[in-house]
Design a protein around this ligand. Structure first.
Ligand code: FES
Length: 200
């Protein structure tokens, strides 16, 4: 005799979830209480784990992009080096040497000199007593700003050209701004460019 319970089919699922349609299609004829074949059991288990893993992976990637800020970590090439009166006449300021430039002021202008020796790229040292930038690698010398000299001009050793100037300008707020990525070469006549100095 067949009982009402045995004839009862499984109630229709009402909650949507990934893989639901495949599972319902496989077992639509199965009666309640009928044991599930071993192969179907493992198929169902595998499908369940695959669904769970996919959901976990999707959630993890969403969380990753949520937690990692979208910030550009590239270092800026532009520096605010303060107002012109911070720099006394005929002086060399080494504050920004780690950023690859000196601020040099002579009697009438301020320039930002690139610290790379034009021989083979070493970094010269500022020798105030000798009024020159002296390269420790092969002895090149570049003039300092005292005595009305044009700072950065090569005058001894193997360096073939003067030091380079970085782009410099005065901001609307009255601060000197330096862009170390834009260089001006004296031997090409680029030191005449008004972006290579600021008059004081
Ligand atoms: S690298 Fe400066 S003198 Fe050679």
């Amino acid at each position: 005799m067949t009982t009402e319970t045995e004839n009862e089919t499984r109630p229709a699922e009402t909650t949507a979830y990934p893989g639901r349609e495949q599972i319902l299609a496989k077992y639509k004829d199965r009666k309640v209480g009928e044991p599930m074949p071993r192969s179907k059991f493992f198929t169902t288990l595998g499908l369940g784990w695959a669904t769970f893993t996919a959901m976990l992976a999707g959630g993890s990637s969403t969380m990753f992009f949520f937690l990692v800020p979208r910030v550009n970590f590239e270092r800026s090439q532009v520096f605010n080096v303060g107002p012109p009166d911070k720099y006394p006449p005929n002086g060399v300021d080494e504050t920004f040497k780690p950023e690859k430039f000196w601020i040099v002021r002579d009697a009438e202008k301020i320039v930002a000199l690139n610290v790379m020796c034009t021989h083979l790229g070493c970094t010269p040292n500022w020798a105030e007593n000798e009024n020159k930038f002296k390269c420790p690698c092969h002895g090149s010398g570049f003039r300092g700003p005292k005595g009305g000299q044009l700072a950065g001009i090569n005058f001894e050793g193997p360096a073939p050209t003067p030091l380079r100037r970085c782009k410099i300008w005065l901001s609307d707020e009255g601060n000197l701004m330096v862009d170390r990525s834009i260089l001006f070469e004296q031997e090409k006549g680029e030191w005449d460019n008004a972006q290579s100095y600021v008059l004081v």
